[in-house]
Structure formats: C-alpha cells, structure tokens
Design a protein around this ligand. Structure first.
Ligand SMILES: Nc1ncnc2c1ncn2[C@@H]1O[C@H](COP(=O)(O)OP(=O)(O)O)[C@@H](O)[C@H]1O
Ligand SMILES: [Mg+2]
Length: 227
C-alpha cells in the first residue's frame, strides 16, 4: 500500500496562481496536506491568505496549477472537471459561508438537491433528508422557503445538504462567518457533533480560535503554505 491510500485526502506541493494587474499572484506555493479518515482539521489564516482557494482546489471546484491531489488514494489531478464533479458528489459535502441555498426551493428540496446531483431520489433518500433536517433542529421548518429562514436556519439546511450523500468528508469554509455569535456557536456545535458521531473527516476554515481549538489538528495558511 502506498502512503496515498491510507489517507482520505492528500495534497502534494499544490500550487495556484491568479492573474494580477501586472504579474500573477501566487496564492498557494506548495501546499502539502494529508487527512486521515475521521480526522478533523482547522485552517486559519489572514483574510486573502488563500483559505478559500485551498478548499476549492482540494474539492476540485478549482484546478491547481501544480502538484498532485489524491482522493481515497486515487490521483485525481488530471481528472476532467466533469469527472471530478461526479466523484465529488459521493466523496464530500461542502458548507459555504454564504449558505448557497436555492432560493426558490424549500428546506427539504434544498437538501434533496444534493442527492439529485448524485443520482435518483427515492423514498430512502427522502427519509434520510427528513431525518437530517430533524437532526439539525428543523423538524418544523422542512417546507419553509429558504428565503424565509434566518441565517442560522439556512446554515443548518446547508449542513444537512452536505451530509445527504453520506460522504466521508465535509469541507466548511467559514460556516459561521455570516452569523451572530450565539447562532454561530450553535451551528458550529452541530457541525462538530454530527461530523464526530458519523465519523466524518472535517476540514474547517474559521477565524474563530475557539472553534479551531475544537478540531483534532490546527493548521495555519501563511505565505501560500500550510503550517
Ligand atoms: N478567481 C480569482 N481570480 C483572481 N484572484 C483571486 C480569485 N480568487 C481568489 N483570488 C485572490 O487570491 C487571494 C486569496 O483569496 P482567498 O482564497 O479568497 O483568500 P481567503 O479565503 O483566505 O480570504 C486573494 O488575493 C484573492 O484576491
Ligand atoms: Mg475565504
């Protein structure tokens, strides 16, 4: 067994640049990262240090310019974007700062949207979506339009959506960044609890040192590298 197969996710020497006004900006300059199954890791770093870029590259939403990326031991570095998208639906759930719910859909339909992308929605999937919404405390809100929900409720829907395909990995990019302190704490409690009880791996980008301290490993992104 090579080292890559023991890790749920592994990145080697990832590089990413964006075009700037005169010259390109190197955002990631050799990121090495390995995540074990069930492990939780937090990533902190100044605004603009490349945290979102890193999560986008790790999740295949954006392609790295250099380095290698392994998902469950598979080198996905050269996968086409469509092949990456297909693999991603079963491999990871993503929670964004700004929720990214479909505004015209209710809570349940938003959660089911995550399942539709992965395949057919049958009674089992529907029951799982309802159970997840109960688990995140939205039993009475399943048929609410997402636009009529508070920020905390929307992020709870997003957490349920991230878990609908039972992925081994959840990535969360400042999931409490738009929430007030107590609502943010409640969402973070929920995210860490559910990830822990379902033995999901979690990569959490957060500015909050108290939240970061609750993950098993704490990393900082600085000058394009993780330390
Ligand atoms: N699509 C893009 N095009 C050009 N520059 C980008 C793009 N996305 C991010 N950047 C730049 O990359 C740097 C890192 O951004 P980001 O990953 O969003 O940082 P963070 O999430 O740590 O705040 C910033 O300088 C940002 O302006
Ligand atoms: Mg960001």
């Amino acid at each position: 067994m090579n080292t890559s197969t023991q890790h749920l996710l592994e990145a080697k020497a990832l590089g990413k640049e964006f075009p700037g006004a005169d010259q390109s900006i190197a955002v990631l300059t050799g990121v090495d990262f390995a995540l074990r199954p069930g492990e939780s890791v937090s990533i902190r770093g100044e605004s603009g240090s490349g945290k979102s870029t890193l999560l986008n590259v790790l999740s295949g939403l954006e392609r790295a310019d250099a380095g290698q990326l392994f998902w469950q031991g598979q080198d996905v570095s050269r996968y086409s974007l469509s092949k990456l998208a297909a693999a991603r639906t079963r491999f990871m759930g993503f929670v964004f700062q700004a929720y990214y719910l479909a505004p015209e859909l209710n809570a349940l339909e938003n959660v089911l949207l995550g399942a539709r992308i992965a395949g057919r929605v049958d009674a089992t999937v529907r029951a799982r979506a309802e159970a997840l919404l109960v688990r995140v405390g939205l039993k009475e809100r399943m048929k609410h339009a997402s636009t009529k929900m508070s920020g905390g409720e929307r992020q709870r829907v997003a957490v349920a959506r991230a878990l609908i395909n039972d992925p081994p990995l959840v990535l969360a990019d400042e999931p409490t960044g738009n929430l007030d302190e107590s609502t943010g704490l409640a969402v973070m409690d929920l995210l860490l609890e559910i990830a822990g009880e379902a033995q999901k791996s979690l990569v959490l980008v957060t500015h909050n040192p108290d939240f970061a301290a609750r993950t098993q490993r704490q990393l900082t992104l600085h000058w394009g590298q993780l330390a």
